[in-house]
Write a protein that binds this ligand. Structure first.
Ligand SMILES: Nc1ncnc2c1ncn2[C@@H]1O[C@H](COP(=O)(O)OP(=O)(O)OP(=O)(O)O)[C@@H](O)[C@H]1O
Ligand SMILES: [Mg+2]
Length: 295
């Protein structure tokens, strides 16, 4: 599986330039789309799943053009929208059966097997006979995950999948995704939770206000941040000064003030010591110092 995105632009009717000259190659595996609110993550995903046309540019999915081969692409696709909602009086299992039918599974026996399997996988088996629209928010989210996966998609697009899931559910969801990514599929997930990316994605990209800031592995992004993350123990007045000068990552109280972690291009504070960056540091550093210079 392979996706090639070439000079992609999306300008909404109101003039908002939501994506600007995106060039990106995505190979099989787990791919993370990271960026703040309004970055363009959902816009890019809606284009990939053929729900929205780009203003210009080209997207090929396994060689198929998203504007010309929509039916073929939809056959291999699973999609969980950010605002997954449904209006239905169907029971939970019936809703999944319906999704399986949409995914092209014609045999009723096969469908019912799949339905049971996915009810089990997302922990909804005991709720199978409940009305789907009476499920809790987290359970609806899990039903959304199941409907996206029931047709064994080769391309799975999940928009903010872990929103509203409790920690245990997040881990379960991560494991489900890892299972699928072993099967030559592409899984694209968007998030603004850095931890979701670092724990499961082999490659990632940073979107910021419609621009592609960085593409590569999480490790590469972290490597770019080496030498730019500092920790300093500070008292009250120094802290205010620091806060107004640098992006603060964390503040931990100690016996003599606070241990403050921050990112900076360069600092000349004698007490500040460099520390090993993690992906959260890298994200903040990139957003603050590097993205603008790359545009
Ligand atoms: N239908 C629309 N018409 C006009 N502008 C839109 C439309 N949908 C999105 N936008 C704008 O396009 C930009 C990108 O929005 P998008 O929803 O793709 O961002 P996002 O990265 O998914 O954000 P979030 O993290 O909040 O989900 C935003 O400025 C948004 O306001
Ligand atoms: Mg979004």
């Amino acid at each position: 599986m392979n996706i090639s995105i070439q000079n992609l632009n999306k300008i909404y009717d109101n003039g908002k330039h939501a994506l600007t000259d995106i060039n990106l190659e995505i190979e099989s595996g787990m791919f993370g789309l990271l960026g703040p609110n309004g970055a363009g993550k959902s816009t890019l995903m809606r284009i990939l799943v053929t729900l929205m046309k780009p203003t210009s540019g080209k997207v090929l999915i396994d060689g198929m053009d998203i504007t010309k081969n929509r039916a073929e692409i939809r056959e291999v696709l699973g999609y969980l929208p950010q605002d997954f909602r449904f209006f239905t009086k169907l029971k939970t299992w019936e809703f999944l059966d319906y999704a399986a039918r949409l995914a092209g599974i014609k045999s009723k026996k096969e469908r019912l097997q799949k339905v049971d399997l996915w009810l089990e996988n997302v922990g909804l088996f005991d709720a199978r006979d409940r009305n789907a629209d009476k499920l809790s928010g987290g359970m609806k989210r899990r039903l959304g995950i199941a409907q996206a996966l029931i047709g064994d998609p080769k391309l799975l697009v999940v928009d903010e999948p872990t929103t509203g899931l409790d920690p245990e559910e997040r881990i379960r969801f991560r494991n489900i995704l890892s299972d699928i990514s072993r099967q030559d599929a592409i899984i694209i997930l968007s998030t603004h939770i850095v931890g979701d990316i670092s724990s499961i994605c082999q490659s990632m990209t940073l979107l910021d206000d419609g621009y592609l800031g960085f593409s590569g592995s999480p490790e590469e992004l972290i490597a770019k941040t080496a030498g730019h993350v500092y920790q300093i123990n500070t008292s009250g007045t120094d802290y205010d000064l620091l806060k107004n000068t640098y992006p603060i990552i964390s503040t931990i109280p100690t016996d003599e003030g606070w241990d403050v972690q921050f990112v900076a291009d360069k600092v000349s504070l004698p007490n500040a010591k460099q520390i090993e960056p993690n992906l959260e540091h890298a994200y903040v550093y990139f957003m603050e110092y590097m993205s603008n210079s790359n545009y």
